[in-house]
Design a binder for this molecule. Structure first.
Ligand code: SF4
Length: 591
């Protein structure tokens, strides 16, 4: 027998049942109500969490009496943070608890009160169709999808269509980053159609019809007020970019890659003055508080390549973001903080844990990060790798990157690919962190897979259409093997046949006897057309098939549900494996 020491640290088993044989998560024990919430074990040398929370940065005119904080006379709470400070559980907190089954409404309130969680819910948007959600490391990892018209591509209708598409593919929030077309109409249409929170970067609107050098405090505040009145749920505000950081940019390989950061750098150099978003931050807070718009404190100096990661400019800005977090909390505003960008894999944990320390546990919202720069066209993959690590080490929301990143404006299919890559990253992080119940979905799919129950397998798949289409591209019958290994080499079938194993025998997951799979839907046909491996005639045949039983009902001597012997097995493969028949040996079963 082996004698391994399993490095478990007390995290819950992420499955709600003790399913399978894994010892469970290797993450730290949950610490809801404490600074760690769900967390990874520290690699030696990592920054420790801050001992402070939002409770240490109360408004000057509040006082502590009889064990609780009291506001000045006549005070009326507006933001979720202010309600939490008064011990009130709001309807939005109750809804969040429903959507996060491992948390109670009181725990949600306490996390919001500590500043470790936000509920981005503009009071205007709540009057439309917003379904409140939370962002915080005590909750499930969230993903954001960016969209928006540019001066050269897309329009309002297309952006609303992309919004629905992003919602379908699991985006928890959407940022409208439009810089072209009718910005106001697009934003209005997106907010009115969105059930999820909408974020914007208001500086984009501030420079429509004027140069950045002409930006004034009045323009800043009026733009913020206008977008807050429209119902935007969170604003990216690049208040952390400071004059003192600019000398550190000079030797970067790729300067300032944030649009907001580069514009404000230009403003500061032109006016020889400090960033107005920093100087007038309290006035900005007043506007956000009035509508409960959450801050997303922008990382204007995030690195744009591995060579510039974790440098003085980036970390200097992070320090300022910590200070701004404290200032926003004092004004009663909800805060999350944005992060990089492009970061080598080995530096991700440090970046996450440094933010947790400097910003006192305020939720971290990261873009990727990309872990290599040399795969343009595939940056949804390079960044999802970094995002998985970021989520595990502390990020609360992952901003998707699409295959079009660095190359052009994402289209519908890019939005889908970006969302899926990030749903993978978020879910993988949650399972690794041991968030209770997060592995149940995986376990059910494993049971269906082990039972060779294809219909259930595809029903449980995140993208059922693609899974079904890929399967039927080779084999139009839901038999007890697939085209990857073929009958004789199907280890799942063989495991299922071993009576001593539980594999494939879970109750409720039994497969029916072999069936022709259902006719392909239009969407599944389109997937196969795009792939281009099957002829239109073959796709037409798959679209017309009906769900009939094939083969014999009785169990065969070789323990297969479909064939009596080896000869029959090869006959079925020969008849049903469309691709193998068409293309000779290409894609033949693996030995
Ligand atoms: S043939 Fe191979 S890939 Fe297909 S179900 Fe069996 S073991 Fe899995």
């Amino acid at each position: 027998m082996t004698d391994f020491k399993i490095p478990q640290r007390g995290a819950h088993n992420p499955s709600s049942q003790r399913a399978g044989t894994t010892p469970g998560s290797f993450a730290n024990a949950p610490d809801i109500g404490g600074p760690l919430t769900f967390s990874s074990p520290d690699t030696p040398g990592m920054p420790q969490p801050s001992e402070k929370t939002a409770w240490d940065f109360m408004p000057e005119d509040w006082h502590f009496e009889d064990g609780r904080w009291r506001p000045p006379a006549g005070f009326s709470p507006i933001t979720q943070l202010e309600h939490a400070r008064l011990g009130i559980v709001t309807l939005e907190m109750e809804r969040v608890a429903e959507r996060e089954p491992h948390l109670s409404a009181e725990q949600v309130r306490d996390e919001v009160g500590a500043g470790r969680m936000i509920i981005p819910a503009n009071r205007v948007h709540l009057g439309y169709d917003l379904d409140p959600m939370c962002i915080g490391r005590a909750g499930l990892t969230k993903i954001n999808a960016n969209m928006g018209a540019s001066p050269v591509s897309s329009g309002t209708e297309e952006e609303v269509e992309k919004l629905r598409w992003a919602e379908r593919w699991g985006a928890d929030t959407v940022m409208d980053l439009s810089t072209g077309g009718d910005l106001d109409a697009t934003r209005e249409a997106i907010i009115r159609n969105a059930r999820m929170p909408i974020g914007t970067v208001p500086i984009y609107s501030m420079i429509i019809g004027r140069s950045i050098e002409e930006l004034t405090l009045d323009v800043i505040l009026e733009t913020l007020r206008h977008q807050a009145r429209q119902g935007v749920d969170y604003f990216t505000v690049h208040a952390g970019v400071a004059r003192e950081h600019l000398p550190f940019i000079r030797k970067r390989l790729i300067g300032v890659v944030s649009r907001g950061g580069s514009l404000l750098a230009k403003w500061m150099l032109h006016h020889s003055d400090e960033n107005p978003m920093y100087t007038h931050f309290e006035a900005i807070c007043d506007v956000l508080r009035e509508y409960d718009v959450s801050f997303s404190l922008g990382d204007g100096l995030r690195p744009g390549g591995l060579a510039d990661a974790t440098d003085e400019a980036q970390l200097g800005e992070l320090d300022r973001l910590g200070e701004l977090t404290e200032r926003a909390w004092r004004k009663g505003c909800q805060v999350m903080v944005e992060g990089p960008g492009h970061v080598p894999f080995d530096q991700i944990e440090y970046n996450m844990k440094l933010q947790r320390q400097r910003c006192h546990g305020a939720p971290f919202y990261v873009l990727g990060p990309l872990v290599t720069d040399v795969f343009p066209g595939y940056d949804h993959i390079t960044s999802a790798i970094g995002a998985t690590s970021a989520g595990y080490h502390g990020a609360a929301m992952l901003c998707y990157v699409t295959p079009k990143e660095h190359l052009g404006l994402p289209k519908r299919e890019d939005v889908k690919q970006g969302c899926i890559a990030y749903k993978i990253a978020a879910h993988a992080s949650d399972v690794a962190l041991g968030i209770p119940g997060t592995r149940d979905w995986d376990d059910d799919l494993t049971r269906a897979r082990a039972a060779l129950n294809w219909e259930k397998h595809f029903d449980l798949a995140f993208d059922s259409d693609t899974a079904r289409a890929f399967h039927d591209e080779d084999l139009d019958v839901d038999t007890d093997f697939c085209a990857m290994c073929g009958h004789d080499w199907c280890s799942v079938r063989i495991s299922k046949e071993i009576v001593e194993f539980e594999s494939g025998k879970a109750s409720g997951f039994e497969r029916e006897r072999v069936m022709k799979s259902p006719a392909l839907t239009e969407e599944q046909q389109e997937i196969l057309r795009t792939r281009g491996h099957l002829s239109p005639v073959e796709i037409h045949r798959l679209a017309g098939k009906t769900k009939n039983a094939v083969g014999d009902a009785e169990k065969a001597a070789c323990h297969s549900d479909i064939v009596r012997n080896e000869t029959d097995a090869f006959r079925v493969q020969g008849e049903k494996l469309l691709q193998l028949r068409r293309k000779g040996n290409e894609g033949a079963p693996r030995a």
